[in-house]
Design a protein around this ligand. Structure first.
Ligand SMILES: [Zn+2]
Length: 117
């Protein structure tokens, strides 16, 4: 192929033109970060302690990225974030049910008392 910048004939596999040093844009490897820290996994993990739903969503995205882009990096954090987020969601759900059930019981009791008075 020919360099887009200087027009020199260069190797088809060349990522950078050996004559002018400009990136050829050819044969670029797929965007991967296999040696980088999966920051999103850590962010999701930390957030799962504060906001279950957002932490859960970010951890799920991070887990997908860990598998597709990061060569498994951050997978543990992402799974931990999902588990913590899910457990918290379950706890919040239970808490709401208990509150609602409690209010219903109080309401029933109040109604009964009103009748008795
Ligand atoms: Zn060139």
């Amino acid at each position: 192929m020919y360099c887009k910048s200087c027009g020199s004939q260069i190797d088809d596999q060349a990522v950078v033109c050996p004559y002018c040093g400009v990136a050829t844009g050819a044969n670029q490897p797929a965007q991967t970060h296999s040696n980088e820290t999966n920051t999103l996994a850590i962010v999701g993990f930390v957030l799962s302690f504060f906001t279950a739903l957002i932490g859960l969503i970010i951890s799920a995205i991070a887990l997908h990225k860990a598998k597709t882009e990061y060569n498994g990096n951050g997978k543990g954090f992402a799974i931990a974030g999902i588990v913590i987020g899910a457990v918290e969601m379950g706890a919040i759900f239970l808490y709401v049910i208990i509150i609602v059930a409690g209010l219903a019981a109080l309401g029933a009791a109040a109604t009964t008392n009103a009748f008795l008075l």
